[in-house]
Design a protein around this ligand. Structure first.
Ligand SMILES: Cc1ncc(COP(=O)(O)O)c(C=O)c1O
Length: 438
């Protein structure tokens, strides 16, 4: 076996130091810390693919509006708990322009990132009906959302959608829903970590079952319109971002400033509650709060208790970004489509050296190139592959942490620099030589 770019003992010692017994369960922060340490000790640059944070400059439209708002003195004022009226209006327009769905400004509620949106949604959904005490994840998914439920002491159930695409999704979902304990279903689309994109027929199944079993769908659109196989960037023109909103009234759409607008640092997103859900009262909410509807409890009870609203200046930024996108003056997808270009190049290198894509198609269509992709190597478990790649100076997280039952890793394209394709090619060539597939 040829020597690896990073001496094996360096990685092994660091893993021991962190007391990680099973590397497949290492968190993103742990993988990052080990990579940084090994990089400093060896002087060899790591190809970092573990973090899912934007690697691009923030939207200039947002920054400009935020600076102007601050100079106008808004920092001293508490924001309206319902949200800045201008942002609520533009979020409603954005949903019409890019999803082709009507949703009133009233239900568009600013949050400190989708993270807060899901936390507040989980909490509100869990309090509607005491028999419904469990959240269902269509996995793989974003690990922190399960942590949110652990923090609040709520139950969840999960299944890996890998084997349940298309028609098979119906029976699988029903096997959970018919038990009567599910309050809400959550998934992201495009999906973190696999970058699968649920198709209209699958969203129809989810929506129709949500209505039938009276559960709420939390549709996490953190990677809004970033399925670059189609041009979803033209406001008020098909094709639109697919959404469950076409198939049920029981939904909350979680739109984030973080990825589509590279605005993660300011912690801004909008949780958009359907008109019907906003105005619906639930026995559990009435009992706990003495009144209120889903929408008013979400805002005036839950969000008020969590953070008393969302950073005032970031709301001005988000309003300006959405407005410019709605008016066709700012093609936000142009700025982020580089992630897709990077994915295409990276996948080609991995595939050439014997790797395969784990989640590789959407009902027969090759998966899109985007922010993430998933890779596996013959005969290696997720943990083995994640650890082995560290010796080659490549860091990525195991799919185990995402609720996937497949063996493989999630690779993120956001931090890749131009000179690293040649580096990766060289290192994966060596990897393949050291791990011949029999
Ligand atoms: C699927 C998914 N949802 C939500 C988030 C968090 O978004 P925000 O930064 O708006 O809190 C992320 C961020 O990585 C994500 O991947």
């Amino acid at each position: 076996m040829k020597n690896t770019p990073i001496e094996r003992h360096l990685i092994d010692e660091t893993i021991n130091e962190f007391q990680i017994v099973d590397f497949s369960k290492a968190t993103i922060r742990e993988v990052k810390a080990i990579a940084s340490k090994a990089e400093a000790a060896s002087g060899v640059e790591f190809i970092k693919m573990e973090m899912g944070v934007p690697g691009l400059p923030p939207s200039a439209v947002g920054v400009k509006a935020e600076i102007a708002a601050l100079q106008n003195g808004i920092a001293s004022l508490y924001p309206d708990i319902n949200g800045l009226p201008e942002l609520k209006k533009e979020a409603s327009n954005f949903i019409k322009a890019f999803i082709n769905v009507d949703l009133s400004p009233e239900g568009c509620v600013p949050v400190t990132g989708s993270m807060q949106g899901t936390f507040a949604s989980f909490l509100t959904c869990s309090q509607c009906d005491e028999k419904k005490d469990t959240i269902l994840f269509i996995d793989p998914g974003f690990p922190v959302q399960k942590q949110q439920l652990v923090v609040m002491g709520q139950k969840y159930e999960t299944f890996d959608v890998y084997d349940y695409r298309g028609d098979k999704l119906k029976e699988k979902l029903e096997s959970f829903l018919k038990k009567g304990n599910i309050s809400a279903i959550i998934y992201s689309n495009p999906n973190n970590p696999s970058w699968i994109c649920l198709k209209e027929e699958e969203l129809r199944i989810i929506g129709e079952l949500a209505t039938q079993y009276d559960v709420i769908v939390l549709e996490d659109l953190a990677y809004f319109a970033m399925d670059f196989r189609q041009d979803l960037s033209k406001p008020y023109q098909a094709p639109f971002q697919p959404s469950v909103a076409h198939y049920t009234d029981n939904y909350v759409l979680l739109i984030s400033g973080s990825k589509a607008f590279s605005y993660a640092g300011q912690r801004i997103g909008v949780s958009c509650i359907s008109d019907k859900l906003y105005h619906r009262s639930y026995p559990g909410l009435t009992k706990r709060y003495g009144g209120g509807t889903f929408g008013t409890v979400f805002i005036h009870r839950v969000l008020y208790a969590l953070s008393s609203g969302t950073s005032h200046s970031a709301q001005f930024a988000m309003a300006a970004m959405l407005k410019a996108a709605n008016e066709g003056q700012y093609n936000f997808l142009n700025e982020v489509k580089i992630y897709g270009e990077r994915a295409q190049k990276l996948k080609e290198i991995f595939l050439r050296h014997g790797f395969h894509l784990v989640y590789d198609n959407d009902l027969g269509d090759p998966i899109a190139d985007g922010f993430y992709f998933t890779i596996g190597y013959p005969g290696m478990t997720s943990g083995e592959l994640a650890k082995e790649l560290m010796y080659y100076g490549v860091s990525a997280i195991s799919l185990v942490t995402t609720g996937s039952h497949q063996e493989g890793l999630r690779a993120c394209t956001s931090f890749i620099k131009d000179h690293q394709y040649a580096q990766l090619d060289e290192r994966m060539k060596l990897f393949a030589e050291n791990h011949p597939v029999v």
